[in-house]
Design a protein around this ligand. Structure first.
Ligand SMILES: [Mg+2]
Length: 107
């Protein structure tokens, strides 16, 4: 699935089952909440904390939740995430093409 296809699929789902998009501010709060849930799984899976019984342990599920809300925000703000990601690759390649290669901490 491309990012364009994902944006279209989320838009269809929202119109069919979600009635309408939550406001941009609400979705920003939801995005922050989902990032926190992802951080919680990572802290327990790779950090020093342990999972409680019956706690969600799925990294992929939380990543998908983050992506879902980001796709909603992209749709409601008229953002083409595929194009923006392409630009981001271009920007990072121009800016950082030697930076990481020359970083002795990464060797
Ligand atoms: Mg979640």
């Amino acid at each position: 699935m491309t990012l364009r296809e994902a944006q279209t699929a989320v838009d269809r789902w929202i119109k069919e089952y979600g009635v309408r998009y939550f406001s941009e501010l609400t979705n920003m709060a939801c995005l922050t909440e989902e990032v926190g849930e992802l951080a919680r799984v990572i802290a327990r899976k790779y950090g020093d904390q342990s999972f409680k019984e019956s706690e969600n342990t799925s990294l992929g599920e939380e990543m998908a939740d983050v992506l879902w809300v980001l796709l909603c925000l992209a749709n409601q703000t008229g953002t083409d995430l595929g194009e923006e990601l392409r630009r981001s690759f271009e920007k990072k390649t121009k800016r950082d093409c030697n930076r990481h290669i020359n970083n002795p901490k990464l060797k």
